[in-house]
Design a protein around this ligand. Structure first.
Ligand SMILES: [Zn+2]
Length: 76
């Protein structure tokens, strides 16, 4: 994190997913881990899912075990 300002929610989500490469997370669990609400987490993961660095789709969340829309980082 750069000094002098607080990381934005998308930055925190990005760092969180990259710190847990290959693990899948639902928006709810991402929100809890980056201290954001579910809506903010969802808004952050939507554009990530469009890049080749992330896989977004229906699957099982590593944290809560729910089958729902999840995302994972596939490379750094
Ligand atoms: Zn979850």
């Amino acid at each position: 994190m750069r000094s002098g300002r607080t990381a934005t929610v998308p930055e925190r989500v990005l760092n969180f997913l990259r710190d847990h490469l290959g693990e899948t997370f639902c928006d709810d669990c991402i929100a809890k881990n980056v201290s954001a609400n579910r809506y903010m987490a969802q808004q952050a993961t939507l554009p990530f899912g469009l890049t080749s660095d992330f896989n977004r789709g229906h699957g099982k969340c590593t944290v809560c075990g729910s089958m729902k829309l999840v995302i994972k980082a596939v490379k750094h």
